[in-house]
Design a binder for this molecule. Structure first.
Ligand SMILES: *Cc1c(COP(=O)(O)O)cnc(C)c1O
Length: 386
């Protein structure tokens, strides 16, 4: 059967060149522990150093500012808890209602521990307002954590402006850049961030590896793992060498090819969006119409259950999503769509299509062709449709 993978915001296939690089560090002589002084250890050490340099270079940081972690979730938690447990001059934390659960639940956990938390609303496009951030800041604010681009609706946030506010007030600023790196420019100085989260598996790297950028001089302390002195005391545990090597290669590949690949993805994305609007009534684009990720198309189909759409698409070999992979399978509509003011019953009709490097025009044509009978059939079945 023809298979079309349209769920690149959930995860991506490992790039063959990334896999090739990783394979060398699972076999051959490259299995050492980088903490060992002998030949094998030093081979591993060198690989970690080179990978750190690649990640640093991609985001305009220095290698010493990069710490490898087990992924986006750990980096988010490490950033937020590490600031909250270090800065004692205040106890107020600002985030947004559309963050990934790794941020939202980390902040909420601190709320339970007695921190004062503000969860900012978003507008109809899923965008945080800079004004709202400014109004929420108090002299007790120690941390602002806002994502660069949203995974469910693709909206790109005004990070530069929020970063300026944070710097003016001396507040530490964390940005989850898991969805933005490799898709739009990510430079830690231009964005004005103190901490920035990266994950491997959203950019054709392996799962279970990520990085946290920690700007030199940031008041932050490792608080999650007690153990060895790896990663300059920032992240205990023997390094995941194949993962680290894979992440470095993935970051390098995706940033090298970004502008050319974006042109292609934007054309595909816009063809898909236009195709959907040409064919169907009662459909809305979710997320911002222009400030959105180049590979991201997300919709609300009225009078249809998103889950039924997904299952029907899957039977035709097309893999999409209703929103976030983390909430799929639960009957609760997405917290992002609800925060955008979309009513419960309509939020259920969401469909997210996220494109990637192997998708073609033929994939988009196939999708549009397959969608027509699916939408007709599901709407005919719906008690909500007239
Ligand atoms: C996927 C994702 C994460 C979590 O990253 P993992 O590496 O899967 O733990 C965090 N934030 C955003 C925006 C994501 O899309």
């Amino acid at each position: 059967m023809r298979r079309v993978y349209f769920d690149h915001s959930a995860t991506t296939p490992v790039h063959p060149l990334v896999a090739e690089e990783m394979y060398r560090f699972l076999t051959d002589e490259n299995y050492g522990n980088p903490s060992s002084v002998h030949y094998f250890g030093q081979l591993a050490r060198k690989a970690v150093d080179e990978s750190r340099e690649k990640v640093a270079q991609a985001i305009g940081a220095t290698p010493a500012e990069i710490t490898f972690t087990s992924g986006g979730t750990e980096s988010d938690n490490m950033a937020i808890h590490g600031v909250a447990n270090t800065i004692k001059q205040g106890n107020h934390i600002i985030t947004s209602a559309v963050e990934h659960h790794a941020v939202l639940n980390a902040v909420k956990a601190l709320g339970k521990q007695g921190f004062d938390i503000t969860i900012l609303p978003v507008d109809q496009y899923g965008m945080v307002s800079v004004d709202d951030v400014e109004k929420a800041i108090t002299d007790k604010t120690i941390l602002i954590s806002i994502m660069h681009a949203n995974n469910e609706v693709g909206t790109i946030m005004p990070i530069v402006e929020i970063g300026k506010l944070a710097w003016d007030r001396g507040i530490t600023f964390h940005v989850d850049a898991v969805q933005s790196i490799g898709k739009i420019p990510v430079n830690v100085d231009e964005l004005g961030v103190h901490l920035l989260t990266v994950s491997g598996h959203k950019i054709y790297g392996p799962k279970g590896i990520g990085a946290l950028y920690i700007r030199k001089g940031t008041r932050w302390k490792q608080t999650l793992l007690h153990g060895g002195a790896q990663e300059r005391l920032r992240r205990a545990g023997t390094e995941n060498i194949p993962g680290i090597v894979g992440l470095g290669k993935a970051v390098e590949l995706i940033t090298e090819n970004m502008s050319k690949e974006n042109e292609r993805l934007i054309a595909l994305r816009d063809k898909l969006i236009k195709g959907v609007f040409n064919r169907f009534d009662h459909v809305k684009l979710t997320g911002h119409p222009t400030m959105r990720l180049p590979n991201h198309a997300s919709f609300l189909f009225e009078y249809i259950e998103g889950e039924s759409m997904l299952l029907s698409l899957d039977m035709k070999g097309i893999a999409g999503s209703t929103g976030s992979a983390c909430t799929s399978g639960s009957l609760e509509p997405s917290h992002v769509l609800l925060a955008m003011g979309i009513p419960h019953e309509i939020a259920h009709g969401s469909l997210r299509i996220t494109l990637g490097k192997d998708n073609t025009e033929e994939d988009v044509d196939y999708f549009l062709e397959v969608m027509e009978p699916i939408v007709d059939r599901l709407r005919a079945m719906s008690p909500l449709s007239e």
